[in-house]
Structure formats: C-alpha cells, structure tokens
Design a protein around this ligand. Structure first.
Ligand code: NAP
Length: 249
C-alpha cells in the first residue's frame, strides 16, 4: 500500500545526514511538505532543501540548536507561518559522547541530555499548540535500543534515550483526547556517521548478535516513521517500535 501524505506539513529535527535525512526524503517522497533543522552543517542543509524541492514539495531549512527551548519555539513559529501549519513532528536530533562513567565529565552528561532529551521536550511543547488547535497530529520520537537495554560506556546516552520512552508514553496519554498520537522508534545499529567510528572487531561482534546478521540502513528507520505518520497507525499511541534486525529482543 502506498503511503500518501500530500497536504501534510512535517518537521524533522537534525536532518542534514544519516537517519534524519532519510526521514526527510521519505516524508517528501510520500508528498508531505518538509521543514527540517540543523545545528552546524549549512552546506548539507541547503543541498537537502534543493533535493526535497526537486521532489515537488515545499522545503524549509532552519538553523536551530535542538537543545535550545527558545529556538524550538521560534522554529515552530517559522514553520507554521511559512508552510501553514504542522501535522507531523519527528524528534530525531541526537549526539553521543561515549565514555565510562568514571571518565564522564559533567559536560559529557549535560550535552547529551540536553541535545537528546531536553530537545524532545522543547519541540513537543512548541508543537502542541498548532496540533491541538487542529485536533490532529503525529509526534514520532527517535530513541534507541540502548534506552531499553543500557550499554557500558553510554550511561548518558542510555539515560537520554530511556527518558524519551517515558516521555513518549506520558505525552501519548496527555494528548490522546486531542487526537495527537505520540510514538517512539528504537533503532538498533544503523550505518551512519554516528556509528562510522566503530572498530572492525566491534562491527563483527554486533553483526553476530543481530538475528538478521547485518546493520540497518537509515531508510529502514524512515519506513517506520512513514508508518507512524500515516493512517496505517491510526489506533497506535505510546508505542516504542524496535527497528533493529531483532538485536534487542
Ligand atoms: P548523525 O549521523 O550523527 O546525524 C545527526 C544529525 O543531527 C545531524 O544532521 C546533525 O546536524 C543533527 N544534530 C545534532 N545535534 C543537533 C542539535 N543540537 N540541534 C540540531 N541538530 C542537531 O546521527 P544518526 O545516526 O543519523 O542519528 C539520528 C538519531 O537516531 C539520533 O537521535 C540517534 O541517537 C538515533 N539513533 C541512531 C542509531 C545509529 O545506529 N546510527 C541508533 C539508534 C538511535 P549538524 O551536523 O548540523 O549538527
């Protein structure tokens, strides 16, 4: 079945590369107008805007730090003013600062928690008004299987991603009466810049631990976003869907 999002307006945080970029392209491929944010990669952002427009949709690239509460509000204002509303929010922006707890600095902790978890609060809160006035909306939060299982050397990342899962369930309950559905996607090991530094030995070990025996692609995550953005998931809220080749089951 083809997913048709024509007439919808989407916002994806952190979309200059990797999973966010694949999500933006998938949403545009389904006919949605797409706004997206980035923090520093301006050249890549402008190239993506051009790519999305060539697909026949309206596109908006906004430089905004997802960790900033005020910039999130300004971003949502700009999207609703320029594109005419907001139907689908994908909270994707995220970073890692991996190290064992004994070596983890306060900055390692604060940077990850504010970029990965506070960002989801920032954008969800700012998106609530336009979605509530429409009495419709989809919020899709990108967490991680690390938020389900934990991982040595990633206490900050795991805490931020587990926090997203609790936040998703709470807001799903708060927003259900307004027909705003809130779900999370927990990718496993996906080949992107974020995971490109993994040493070869660790790659082999990870692949061995995955029932499907390979890393996932950004498009695998984008397909799950399309499902949560579309009427196919009309009766699903507060769910966390693993896209991990079976790794965390
Ligand atoms: P990536 O390749 O490192 O890309 C991250 C994107 O987020 C970039 O476009 C970056 O833009 C943007 N970004 C980072 N911090 C930002 C901020 N504070 N404000 C705005 N934009 C920001 O990462 P990825 O692998 O695609 O991961 C995307 C999401 O999936 C993250 O939430 C990550 O935790 C999650 N995830 C990834 C994997 C995996 O295996 N790759 C697994 C599970 C979950 P700039 O370059 O402009 O900063």
């Amino acid at each position: 079945m083809e997913i048709n999002l024509k007439g919808k307006i989407s916002l994806v945080t952190g979309a200059t590369r990797g999973i966010g970029k694949a999500i933006a392209i998938a949403l545009a491929g389904a006919g949605s107008d797409v706004a997206f944010t980035y923090k520093s990669s301006e050249e890549k952002a402008l190239a993506l805007k051009t790519e999305l427009e060539a697909m026949g949709v309206r596109a908006l690239a906004i430089c905004a730090d997802a960790a900033s509460f005020s910039e999130a509000q300004t971003t949502i204002d700009e999207v609703t003013k320029s594109l005419g509303g907001l139907d689908i929010l994908v909270n994707n922006a995220g970073i890692t600062r991996d190290t064992l707890l004994l070596r983890m600095s306060e900055a390692h902790w604060d940077d990850v928690l504010s970029s990965n978890l506070k960002s989801v609060f920032n954008y969800t809160k700012a998106a609530a008004r336009p979605m509530m006035s429409k009495r419709a909306g989809r919020i899709i939060n990108i967490t991680s299987i690390i938020g389900l299982s934990g991982n040595a050397g990633q206490a900050n990342y795991a805490a931020s991603k587990a926090g997203i899962i609790g936040f998703t369930k709470s807001i799903a309950k708060e927003f259900a009466s307004r027909n705003i559905l809130v779900n999370a996607i927990a990718p496993g090991w996906i080949e992107t810049e974020m995971t490109s530094a993994l040493p070869e030995a660790q790659r082999k070990e990870y692949a061995e631990a995955i029932p499907l025996k390979r890393a996932g692609k950004s498009e695998d995550v984008a397909n799950a976003v399309l499902f949560f953005a579309s009427p196919l998931s009309d009766y699903i809220t507060g769910e966390t869907l693993r896209v991990d080749g079976g790794m965390a089951m």
